[in-house]
Design a protein around this ligand. Structure first.
Ligand SMILES: Cc1cc2nc3c(=O)[nH]c(=O)nc-3n(C[C@H](O)[C@H](O)[C@H](O)COP(=O)(O)OP(=O)(O)OC[C@H]3O[C@@H](n4cnc5c(N)ncnc54)[C@H](O)[C@@H]3O)c2cc1C
Length: 488
């Protein structure tokens, strides 16, 4: 185990720079003269100071180490992950700490919001080109526009802390109750409406707009997007983040608010083996999404259905009726999701889907819609717009069942839906839980890290629920209704 910083030393070193250079405490400093003595603090706060200290070696001053070695094999990443040494920050915590949150989905955004409530600054980094939100994606196709919920369709509320938050969103007009008919659809068009009176909610302008609004009234949160954090490194009591070699700032603590392959890689050489191990224990499903716009409304008397007994289909939802209930004409935009089994069998790299696969998946899903509705193959109105996408890391299938994981020695935590389940509510509660935990830790002065480490050895349990997540309050009637005569 590495413990450090108490042993920091000052090293005097000549440099020969003529141009601007980087220094860990100031971003760009011009060297006015050609020979200068620089004082630098050396610490063992990297995994192997001889190899990985960014200030060591021939180059006198490089703020960040060389580009990451992403692209190495899965096995070598796994080996590195498990073999890496544990960081141990021992520097005093700053009076005005700043937390880096990597991921601007529901969990990361709520984490930032709650850190601010506790008087702590943060920066949220997110890859989103069109906006924040991650799996709260709304896709808008211009010029018409066609509007599709790309992942999360609606959410339910079962926890009083989440209810408080949702009440505030209701007051601000960011969300509203969705009263459209939903239920379960079985092969052949047997539709069973949900009998639950528990409210369902949607973003008034879609889920993405809700995500983009969550931090709108904050003053201590900085958002950086689109930005893909590709490296995290500890040095001199702080975390240094970079995007493909480009520095993205230094922080007192970090939050990993995303999961999957990207998080595993980021943690692979981070000095956080316990966190990395927990992240690796997470299993994720894959789900295909088919977005389809129809010229004329489909004669279907529901706005959303969980589909049963069809391999290529687990959900179908009418975005147009849900988001624009007063719109009486124009095209109808539907989102269809595959089952997780279909997703797994047809998995390809999601960033590079072969055309043939996309075509095959689209056909299978359209056929699945026909099977579910009980209409002859080929009889469904042809959509004039379609798009397929694979959610390669769609939903967690196991969970440690705790709000957050925090490694106090490494000053790093994880939040996300998977800590508690597979829903927007789970993600929000996890973000809240981690924010409060980090705030308690930072405000304690950080002198007893052992008291604050949590979830590092928690066992995982399987997650129950639908293929697109958990909706605790959505149930259906016992008896099955008549087949959907209207679509036949
Ligand atoms: C198909 C599908 C349908 C769903 N339907 C529903 C539903 O109807 N109701 C419901 O409640 N839940 C639903 N869910 C689940 C819900 O969407 C998630 O539980 C929730 O959005 C997860 O939020 P999160 O913050 O944990 O993660 P994410 O939303 O995944 O956020 C992580 C963010 O981190 C970013 N990121 C990743 N790596 C980096 C990096 N290195 N640097 C910077 N940023 C990075 C990602 O781009 C992303 O924006 C659905 C999910 C899917 C896939």
């Amino acid at each position: 185990m590495i413990s450090c910083i108490g042993s920091s030393s000052l090293i005097l070193q000549p440099i020969k720079f003529h141009k601007p250079f980087l220094n860990p405490s100031n971003f760009f400093i011009k060297t006015p003269i050609t020979r200068t003595l620089i004082c630098r603090a050396e610490s063992s706060e990297t995994n192997n100071p001889n190899k990985r200290n960014p200030l060591k070696g021939k180059e006198p001053y490089r703020k960040y180490p060389r580009r990451s070695k992403y692209g190495t094999s899965r096995r070598s990443i796994l080996k590195k992950t498990l073999n890496q040494e544990q960081l141990n920050f021992t520097t005093p915590i700053s009076d005005d700490p700043v937390v880096a949150i990597i991921g601007g989905g529901m969990s990361g955004l709520i984490c930032a919001l709650n850190l601010e409530k506790r008087g702590i600054k943060s920066t949220v980094f997110d890859t989103g080109v069109h906006g924040l939100g991650g799996r709260m994606g709304t896709r808008i196709i211009d010029p018409q526009p066609l509007v599709f919920e790309h992942a999360a369709q609606f959410f339910t509320v079962s926890d009083s802390r989440f209810a408080e938050l949702v009440d505030r969103w209701l007051d601000k007009g960011l969300v509203r109750q969705w009263d459209g008919t939903i239920g379960e659809l079985e092969v052949g068009g047997q539709f069973t409406p949900s009998t639950s009176s528990a409210p369902r909610y949607v973003g008034v302008k879609g889920m993405r707009a809700l995500a983009d609004s969550i931090l709108s009234q904050t003053s201590m949160v900085n958002v950086v997007r689109p930005c893909w954090i590709s490296k995290i490194e500890a040095f001199n009591g702080r975390w240094y983040l970079s995007e493909n070699g480009k520095p993205q700032g230094q922080f007192d603590a970090i939050v990993i608010a995303h999961n999957g392959k990207c998080a595993n890689r980021l943690l692979g050489t981070s000095g956080l083996p316990m966190i990395a191990k927990q992240m690796k224990a997470l299993n994720l499903s894959a789900v295909w999404a088919l977005l389809a716009a129809f010229e004329d409304p489909l004669p279907i008397p529901f706005e959303g259905a969980f589909v049963k007994g069809v391999d290529s289909l687990s959900w179908m939802g009418n975005n147009t009726n849900k988001l624009f209930p007063s719109q009486s004409s124009g095209p109808q935009c539907w989102t269809f999701f595959s089952t997780a089994d279909f997703g797994k069998r047809n998995k390809v790299p999601q960033e590079n889907i072969p055309n043939a696969t996309a075509e095959r998946v689209k056909e299978a899903m359209i056929e699945g819609v026909e099977t579910a509705l009980g209409v002859p193959k080929g009889s469904l109105q042809k959509p004039f717009y379609t798009r397929v996408q694979l959610w390669g890391a769609a939903l967690p299938t196991n969970t440690p069942g705790i709000p957050c994981i925090f490694d106090a020695q490494g000053r790093a935590g994880i939040c996300g839906d998977w800590l508690l389940g597979s829903s927007l509510e789970a993600a929000a509660l996890s973000g809240m839980g981690l924010a409060n935990h980090i705030a308690d830790y930072l405000q304690s002065g950080g002198s007893s890290p052992d008291e604050f480490s949590v979830g590092l050895h928690q066992e995982f349990q399987p997650i129950e629920g639908y293929d697109i997540g958990q909706f605790p309050s959505v149930e259906t009637k016992e008896q099955v209704t008549e087949p959907l005569a209207c679509v036949k």
